[in-house]
Design a protein around this ligand. Structure first.
Ligand code: ADQ
Length: 468
């Protein structure tokens, strides 16, 4: 059987026997598959070095081999903090107002992709399947092809693909998209992002889309499809039974003292719609004084990407806004928002989700949003909470029985909170059951199997004959 080589920006070594929730979702998701395929996971260690040497740090644990490299400070600034997080991330989340275009970012991005390719290429054998992850590594296939690889190479984009009219604001956009044609399979989270990609290919590259979804541009032929990512359902439902989850559950219930709890859990990022969410909650408090002292919003949002200025700015605005809302509405024995700037592991989060009457997940734009699915998976079947979900999250295509809202509308958020808090038990159960079924069936195992099957199904490069 062929091996699987996973390549992503960062590698977090899967620790098979660590406590549930102590590691990232992707690590758990890919860990089982890497074991199955005798795989290798390659990427940046997260460490810096004075001079890039390409020295690989191999580590083998619990059946999984990881191979990591250190990057220079300039690489991290230009490639990671720069092009990935200050150019592509905002643009792909429809925020061209925040996207920064700097020549040095672009060259750093190319350089690091080249460094990744030349370091990993000697580790790849002819029959290996290669699976590249996310926007940090879009041009990697081109670099790997230049290094002589004819392997099947797949790419999965975890974030949205922007509409053509936004993407053309990126200098050298055509070069970036053309580099994707060196993959054999490109996966998106949902139809909307796939459609935007096809639209670009048709109108900017003059490509055609065949009936089976194959994209043809000149002599290049690529498969593109939808592969919505899911949660590790088995691991998550196990975690719900753990002691740690029980403790977190009781801790929140006890401190809520009978109030209804609304929970939001996000990385502190402008795409997650936290300011708009706080404004929506404020509107709810203004319109419904009868709920004062009977409800609280717990917002968990640990800072991320601290080295990027926009993230400091949003942090300041949220501190101020939550302070103003609490200042304006709080009473001696009631604080309407508990805004917590630290992370919790998934077992603890599961307890918070289960203890909450409402999950309020309102990103302005999100590739998928796994928190929404985790919220559903953690509920008590006899007394499930209600999910309020942004219609602009990829998850909204699957979780149709959530209360779907426009995250920019304070009124819609306010009305949905009211509807959720007043929802009768039988309606809560009906909506939850249908979402639970989809979260259970379309989980992370389903996702990775579908992707790998599809990648195995594409013809190998050497055998391709394409009519131009
Ligand atoms: P993220 O933007 O990080 O991921 P999301 O899918 O919501 O967003 O979360 C991923 C994981 O991080 C989840 O397992 C969640 O529990 C955890 N997490 C989020 N907030 C947390 C917090 N405050 N404390 C602790 N843990 C937290 C990107 C894309 C998403 C896509 C995923 C997977 O932006 O759209 O769903 O990749 O493809």
């Amino acid at each position: 059987m062929s091996r699987l080589i996973v390549i992503s920006n960062r590698v977090s070594a899967p620790k098979g026997r660590s406590p549930a929730g102590a590691q990232g979702g992707l690590a758990v998701a890919l860990g089982a598959m890497l074991r199955e395929y005798r795989g290798l996971w390659f990427g940046w260690s997260g460490e810096k070095t004075d001079h890039f040497t390409g020295q690989i740090n191999m580590h083998r644990e619990d059946g999984i081999t990881t191979a990591t490299i250190d990057l220079e400070e300039q690489d991290v600034d230009e490639y990671y903090n720069g092009y990935a997080n200050r150019t592509l991330w905002p643009l792909f989340h429809y925020r061209i107002d925040l996207a920064e275009y700097d020549r040095s970012f672009g060259s750093g991005y190319e350089r690091v992709n080249h460094r990744f390719a030349e370091t990993v290429a000697p580790l790849i054998e002819p029959d290996d399947l290669v699976w590249v992850h996310d926007y940090h590594l879009i041009p990697l296939a081109t670099q790997l092809r230049q290094a002589g690889l004819k392997n099947r190479i797949g790419f999965f984009l975890h974030i949205p693909w922007p509409p053509r009219r936004l993407l053309v604001s990126l200098p050298f956009h055509e070069r970036l998209v053309r580099s994707m044609l060196d993959y054999d399979l490109i996966g998106f989270q949902n139809e909307e992002w796939l459609d935007s990609f096809r639209d670009y290919v048709r109108y900017e590259l003059g490509g055609t889309i065949e009936e089976d979804g194959t994209i043809i541009v000149g002599k290049r032929k690529v498969k593109a499809g939808c592969f919505p990512i899911g949660v590790d359902f088995e691991e998550f439902t196990e975690a719900v039974k753990s002691e740690e989850t029980q403790q977190a559950y009781h801790r929140l219930l006890k401190s809520a003292e009978g109030k209804s709890v609304i929970v939001g859990v996000d990385r502190l990022d402008y795409s997650k719609g936290l300011e708009e969410r706080f404004w929506g909650y404020r509107r709810f408090l203004e319109e419904h004084p009868d709920y004062h002292r009977h409800v609280l919003l717990l917002q968990v949002a640990p800072p991320s990407r601290g080295e990027v200025h926009t993230y400091e700015a949003i942090r300041e605005r949220l501190d101020e806004l939550s302070g103003r809302i609490n200042g304006g509405f709080a009473e001696v024995d009631w604080v309407p928002i508990r805004y917590v700037n630290r992370g919790y592991n998934r077992a603890e989060l599961a307890g918070f989700y289960r203890a909450s009457d409402v999950g309020l997940i309102t990103p302005l734009r999100d590739g998928m949003n796994l928190v929404a699915k985790e919220y559903v998976a953690a509920q008590d079947p006899e007394d499930p909470g209600v999910l309020i979900l942004s219609r602009f999250a990829g998850a909204a295509t699957q979780l149709r029985d959530a209360l779907l809202v426009n995250p920019y509308s304070k009124d819609e958020i306010s009305d949905a909170i009211r509807q959720a808090l007043d929802m009768p038990l039988d309606e809560r159960k009906r909506r939850w059951q249908s979402m639970y079924d989809s979260v259970e069936k379309e989980d992370v195992v389903w996702w990775r199997q579908n992707f790998v099957q599809a990648l195995k199904g594409v013809e190998k490069r050497a055998n391709l004959t394409i009519a131009s």
